[in-house]
Structure formats: structure tokens, C-alpha cells
Design a protein around this ligand. Structure first.
Ligand code: ADP
Ligand code: MG
Length: 748
């Protein structure tokens, strides 16, 4: 093909895989020679065909798997820094390991990033012998790894870990007070499994490091107050149910209940009311969270998993606890945070693999500069994907779902039902149980246990009900005689907010050329349609509840596209705001590093307060004095950064009011304030450090941090925020305009 034609065919953001396929084919030419060697040579990375041949032979000998050409092509795409799209079951674990080994042999340190701890450990242990044969060391980290184990794992050439564990280590390192405490080495290559989920769906998720502080004491009263408000009269939801705001009537009622205050002159109170309203009106028990053992457990929206260590930003967590009349859990001050996107962008080289990348090609290019390489499957996919079955009402859909399960189950064919949330799974299980149909339900509470369960979902007559992506990454093999019955039958109980999630669910059937089928049951009352296509005229259902009109398919697809577009806009918007903070964070960390590893603090203090320095230097040994200087500056740097974060989030919350006054675009205003605040931050660090240095008692034993007022938080902990605090707070802030604006109109 001429270069000209290829350039036309080569869509922007999508890579040409021809060279990878040719190299994979050439590897076949070396196979016999290399297979005859007793000891495998260490691959040279300047001959990729030979590298592939050696990796293939190593995998055959150690794992009893001979990588297919397509797996080698996938590994080469990863080695050249792209996202490889390879369908479920094509063997991405092996492709990824070959690529990670290749990066390591090029002298890079590789982090293979998995979606959960269970997969990180499984893959590191499974691929361990292959790495060893290639002369590459490998380790893994998980939630329960100790500091020492983590440091050891990060010292390997290749380290497997979940995005949150790696992120938390990065955050903890950022408050280390001695260079010897650092755990994570300089980032080099990130190889991301289920790349779309990490890079797109979870991109905005902040990983948070918090330190002990006072809990939100008045949350219960506020919860009681908003409980008395009525939707439609006191407050409204926006079209998409993402935001809630007080109406003018609601504002009046709240102001009266609070003794006649003006809410818009009491931003703290307004924030608390908004948080309580958010908890009351937007978060639904059993959909967004569960109450178990007297605690709130969050349900992850993109995965339908119960997320054990995760919590909302503190105000919201306290509001939900108050709503459910639970005692307030310990809350804290956010010491630092990083979004998944920023965490990944720290790596100079990024690559990834997933079954569904093409649909997010644009985002991958825009946010990470990545291209997608579409790798064909090893065997053609013969799964039968039926068109959606559309019903007028949820009740009709649920009845049809149970009937369909019973019908197919009678043939012995295994069924995997993908539901949209935990409560739906539990309702369905109850319903099926009543009909004498036994099923297993996966709510993603325990990744290891669920992996074991879902791996049996392909056995004869199995019925497995799973929330969205529970058990993701686990292989479903067909039981004996199941292929003859048509293979695994996947039923979606509703279309997801993104077609990628639908495709991930379908992909659980028909792996590696297996037979299989999939169908989605949809109702015109599903949240996807009522939220994202509320104004579309809906075709009528027949007497049997089925909607046969062609328009039904259009409405469903349209709602999904609107949902996807909305999420992309939110992603973009969040990124616009976080980018400034990330840049500032980088600059502060650069300074911090000089203080931590060098004498920057001593130099600065000696220069700023020479009299004091010389006075102390007469009695105190230089290393002790330098260490005292280091601790003083580190403390104030960290303290000021924490305050800066809080300040910036306040600006963002309050931005609408100022924007209204100044007629500036909110983003410009945010930047203007943010840049000014950052300038103050550096001056403030110096001012406070000099002050402490002048007044603290520094003896030959060094500095007493407590006595000098340098008290660091006694306890720190980490969590993920499911609902982005910036994003949602910002959206809420925008919506808060409404009652105010309406009110002004009323007065005019
Ligand atoms: P993916 O992550 O792409 O969904 P996995 O890496 O989990 O797929 O692999 C799916 C299954 O395919 C596993 O059971 C694995 O053992 C098997 N497999 C992968 N590559 C090969 C191969 N080259 N030969 C035989 N089996 C393979
Ligand atoms: Mg996988």
C-alpha cells in the first residue's frame, strides 16, 4: 500500500499495526533455531523479531503457552507506547508481560497497573517464571503490603500494582520527612491493563491522603432539616440528576429554619446544606452506597463494586452518615491529593491494553497523547449479539428478564446476567429464587473470591448475576457440553452509560472463538433514557409490553451518546481545573525534593537569618542544625500546601459569586486567583520557616518538633473519592446560581 493511501486510511489517533504483524511473522522464522537451544540467550532489544522469538520460547517453556502472532503484535504495540485493543480472552496478560519484560530489558523500570490488588498479584505470580527466564525481576504490591515489602517490590525491574495502591504510595512519599523513607522510585514506564477503565473512566477520581481532624459535628441537624424539604417545591434536580439546588422557596424555608440568616452571606452553612441535600436527593442507598455493619460502603459506579477503603470527600461522607443516622466516622483534613490522570501522566512512557479502546480513541489522544493499535483476534469471534429488546416499563422488562432466564436455563445453557447496580442484582436473585432458580450474585465485595466464582460461570446450567464489571479480568471457560448448547449466554439488564461497558459485558461470552450469545433488555423507563433523553418522544409498547417501533433503538443509542458526551465534557472540565493545581504541585515538589535530599533549607535559612544561624552554629553541630532546618521547612511547605489545596477548592466553590460580579469566565477567575495564591504560598513558607527558626529551641539534640509547634497529623489515611469533589462541587456551585438568579428576577 502506498504511504499516501495509508495516511488516508490511518485515522488520527489510530496506529498502523502492519510493522508489528511483520515482526511477529518474522519471529516465526527464528522459532526452530531458538527452540533447539538449551539455555535461552538474553534478548537484545535492537532486534525485535528475535526478542519476540525468545519471549515466545520462554513462555512456551515456563508457562506452557506459545504466544500467538497476534499476542506478539500486541506486545510490540505496547513496546512502542500505544494502547493495544485486544478482545477479552485474547491473552492480554501474556502480551503485557512480554512487553513489560521488553521495556525492562531496555533499561526502564516498569509499573504494570491492574484494576485491583487481586489481579496485580495473580498476574505477577502467573507471569513470574516467564520474567525469570528472560532475566527480568518482578514483584507486586497490594493493600496489605508493608512498607518494606513495597520498597522491595518497587526495586524490581517490573512491579505489578493497582492504580490506587501505587497512587497512595506516591502521595505518602510526598510527605516523607527523610529521604530514607521514600518508597516509590522515579516513574519510568506505565503499562496499564484495562486501560480505558483507568485512563478514561477513573481519570477524574482523586486519590486522597488525609490527616486527623475534627468530624463534622452539626451534620445530623442539617440532615434533619433537609429531610423536611420537598423535591419540586424546596429543591430541584437538574435534567441529568447530577445536581440538586434549592429553589427560592427552599432558600427562604432554610433561612427561616436557621433563624433568619442569609444563606448567601454564610458560605459555610450553604455548603453544609448543599452537602446534606446532595446526600439526601442524589445518593441512593443500595445504588450508590450500602449500609453494612453500621458503616457506609460505597458502590463504585463504573464497576458496580463495593469499594472498601473508599469514601466521599469528608463533608459528604459526614452528610451521608447523618442521613442514615450513623455515628460520624473519623474525618480529616486533606493533606494532598492526585487524580488518576495526573498520576499516570507522571510516567514519561505510557502504554496500555483493553478490549475497548477505539471508542475512547479521542480521549486517549487528547489527555495522554496515546494512539490505539487494533489487534485482530486470534480466531474469529462467532458470538451472536442480538439486537436490544425494548420494553415500555421497568416492570415489563424485569418480568421478561426472569422469563428469558428460565427459558434458557431449562436448556442447560449457562447464563451470566449483568445488572446496573447492587440492589437490582439482589432483587433479581430474590425473584429468581422465588421461581426455584438458584443463582450466585456477585457484588464485587471480594475480588479473589469473586474471580473464583465467575470462572465457573461457564459451567452447565450456571446462573450468575453480576454487577457491571465484578470479576473483571477473570477467564470464563466453558464447561463440558456447553459449546453444543450455544456457549455462555450474556444478558444485560439495561444498557450502561457507555457503550464500552456494554461491550465489556458482551465480551465475557465468545472468548477465543468459543460460541456464545448476548442480548440487552432495555426499558424506556431506565435511568439512562429518563436522564439523557428526557425530551425524546417515545414510541408506544404493544399489549405484551414490548416496544417494536424502530425508533426505540434510536432513542436508546441517542441517550447513550448523550451520556458519553456529558461524561467527556465533565472530564475535560475537571482537567482544566486540576491542571493548574498539578503544575503548582510539581513546582512545590521540586523545591521539596531539594530540601529533603539536600541542604536547600539550611542554605535558605542561613541566608534569611544569618545572625541566628551563626549564633546556633557556635553550639550545635552542622549536621544537626541542617536537619533542624530541613524539618522546619518541610513542615511549613507541607502545611502551606494543604492550606493552598483547601483555599483553591474554596475558590472553586465560591467562583460563581465572583464570576457574577466581575463578569469573568470562571476558569480565568480560577487561574487568576490560583496563580496569586501560589505566589503567596512560597512567600508564606519562607516567612513561617524563618519565624520558627528564629524562635524554636534548637539544641545539640536538634529540634523538638512539638515544642516548636511543628505538629504533624498523628494518623494519616488514604482513600479514593468516587464522586470528584472538585467536579461535583463545581457543578453544584454552578447550580447554586439558579435560586439566586431566580430570586433576583423575583425582586426586579
Ligand atoms: P485477557 O486479559 O485478554 O482477557 P487473559 O490474559 O486473562 O485474557 O487470558 C485468557 C486465557 O487465555 C487464559 O486462560 C490464558 O491461560 C489463555 N491463554 C492466553 N494466551 C495463550 C496462549 N498463547 N496459548 C494458550 N492459552 C493462552
Ligand atoms: Mg485481562
Amino acid at each position: 500500500m502506498s504511504r499516501f493511501v495509508r495516511n488516508i486510511l490511518d485515522r488520527p489517533g489510530s496506529a498502523n499495526i502492519g510493522p508489528f504483524q511483520r515482526l511477529a511473522a518474522q519471529a516465526g522464522g527464528h522459532e526452530e533455531r531458538i527452540g533447539a537451544l538449551t539455555d535461552l540467550p538474553r534478548p537484545r532489544m535492537d532486534d525485535l523479531a528475535e526478542f519476540c522469538a525468545i519471549a515466545r520460547e520462554a513462555a512456551r517453556r515456563t508457562l506452557d503457552m506459545r504466544p500467538f502472532d497476534v499476542q506478539l503484535a500486541g506486545a510490540l504495540a505496547l513496546l512502542s507506547g500505544q494502547v493495544a485493543e485486544m478482545a477479552t480472552g485474547e491473552g492480554k496478560t501474556l502480551s503485557g508481560a512480554i512487553a513489560a519484560a521488553g521495556h525492562a530489558l531496555r533499561g526502564k523500570r516498569v509499573h504494570v497497573i491492574s484494576v485491583n490488588d487481586y489481579l496485580a498479584r495473580r498476574d505477577a505470580e502467573w507471569m513470574g517464571p516467564l520474567y525469570e527466564a528472560l532475566g527480568v525481576s518482578v514483584g507486586w504490591i497490594g493493600q496489605s503490603s508493608t512498607r518494606e515489602e513495597r520498597r522491595e517490590a518497587y526495586a524490581k525491574d517490573v512491579t505489578y500494582g493497582s492504580v490506587s495502591e501505587i497512587g497512595f504510595d506516591v502521595l505518602r512519599d510526598r510527605i516523607a520527612t527523610s529521604a530514607g523513607d521514600l518508597v516509590v522510585p522515579e516513574p519510568s514506564v506505565a503499562l496499564i491493563d484495562e486501560a480505558d477503565s483507568v485512563l478514561v473512566d477513573e481519570a477524574r477520581v482523586p486519590l486522597v491522603l488525609a490527616g486527623a481532624a475534627d468530624p463534622g459535628a452539626d451534620a445530623p441537624e442539617t440532615a434533619e432539616l433537609v429531610r423536611r424539604l420537598s423535591r419540586g417545591y424546596h429543591y430541584e434536580l437538574d435534567d441529568q440528576g447530577r445536581n440538586v439546588f434549592l429553589t427560592a422557596k427552599g432558600t427562604d424555608a432554610v433561612e427561616k429554619a436557621l433563624g433568619g440568616i442569609n444563606l448567601y452571606e454564610a458560605p459555610d452553612v450553604l455548603t453544609r446544606i448543599n452537602l446534606a441535600l446532595h446526600a439526601h436527593a442524589l445518593l441512593t442507598r443500595d445504588v450508590d452506597y450500602l449500609v453494612r455493619d453500621g458503616r457506609i460502603q460505597l458502590v463504585s459506579q463504573s464497576r458496580g463494586r463495593v469499594a472498601t477503603l473508599q469514601r466521599w470527600p469528608d463533608g459528604l461522607q459526614a452528610a451521608v452518615e447523618a442521613k442514615e443516622a450513623l455515628p460520624a466516622s473519623e474525618t480529616g483534613e486533606i493533606l494532598d491529593s492526585i487524580t488518576v490522570q495526573s498520576l499516570i501522566r507522571r510516567y514519561p512512557e505510557i502504554c496500555g491494553m483493553t478490549g475497548t479502546a477505539v471508542a475512547v480513541e479521542e480521549q486517549l489522544r487528547e489527555f495522554y497523547g496515546l494512539k490505539v493499535a487494533v489487534i485482530p483476534s486470534n480466531k474469529p469471534c462467532v458470538r451472536v449479539d442480538e439486537p436490544d429488546r425494548v420494553y415500555g416499563t421497568v416492570a415489563d422488562k424485569e418480568r421478561a428478564l426472569a422469563t428469558e432466564i428460565a427459558r434458557v436455563h431449562a436448556t442447560g445453557r449457562p447464563i451470566l446476567v449483568g445488572t446496573l447496580d447492587v440492589s437490582e442484582s439482589e432483587r433479581l436473585a430474590l425473584d429468581l429464587g422465588g421461581k426455584g432458580l438458584d443463582c450466585v450474585v456477585l457484588n464485587a465485595k471480594n475480588d479473589a473470591e469473586e474471580a473464583a466464582i465467575i470462572s465457573r460461570a461457564g459451567e452447565r446450567a450456571a446462573i450468575t448475576v453480576s454487577t457491571q464489571m465484578a470479576g473483571r479480568g477473570t477467564d470464563i471457560r466453558l464447561g463440558e457440553g456447553v459449546a453444543e448448547l450455544g456457549g455462555l449466554y450474556v444478558i444485560g439488564s439495561g444498557r450502561h452509560a457507555s457503550s464500552r461497558l456494554d461491550d465489556q459485558l458482551r465480551g465475557r461470552a465468545g472468548r477465543q472463538g468459543d460460541p456464545g450469545g448476548s442480548v440487552f433488555l432495555v426499558s424506556l423507563e431506565d435511568a439512562l433514557i429518563t436522564h439523557y433523553a428526557p425530551d425524546e418522544p417515545l414510541p408506544a409498547a404493544g399489549d405484551d409490553g414490548v416496544v417494536r417501533h424502530k425508533r426505540a433503538a434510536y432513542v436508546v443509542g441517542h441517550a447513550q451518546r448523550v451520556a458519553e458526551g456529558t461524561h467527556l465534557e465533565i472530564h475535560r472540565n475537571t482537567w482544566r481545573y486540576t491542571r493548574l493545581l498539578e503544575r503548582q504541585r510539581d513546582l512545590v515538589l521540586e523545591q521539596r525534593d531539594k530540601v529533603l535530599r539536600g541542604d536547600a533549607a539550611a542554605d535558605a535559612l542561613a541566608k534569611a537569618a544569618p545572625g541566628r544561624w551563626n549564633g546556633l552554629a557556635a553550639d550545635v553541630d552542622e549536621p544537626v542544625l541542617k536537619e533542624a532546618a530541613r524539618q522546619i521547612v518541610l513542615f511549613h511547605l507541607d502545611r502551606c500546601w494543604t492550606e493552598h489545596l483547601g483555599f483553591m477548592s474554596d475558590i472553586r466553590e465560591g467562583i460563581h459569586l465572583r464570576a457574577l460580579g466581575h463578569k469573568l469566565a470562571p476558569l480565568d477567575e480560577f487561574h487568576r486567583e490560583g496563580v496569586a495564591a501560589y505566589r503567596n504560598l512560597l512567600e508564606e513558607v519562607e516567612r513561617r520557616s524563618v519565624k520558627t527558626f528564629e524562635t524554636a529551641t534548637i539544641t545539640t539534640d536538634g529540634l523538638d518538633p512539638l515544642e516548636s509547634g511543628l505538629k504533624r497529623p498523628t494518623a494519616t489515611w488514604t482513600y479514593l473519592v468516587q464522586e470528584n469533589p472538585f467536579g461535583s462541587a463545581f457543578d453544584r456551585a454552578l447550580k447554586r446560581l439558579s435560586p439566586r438568579a431566580k430570586r433576583r428576577q423575583d425582586l426586579d
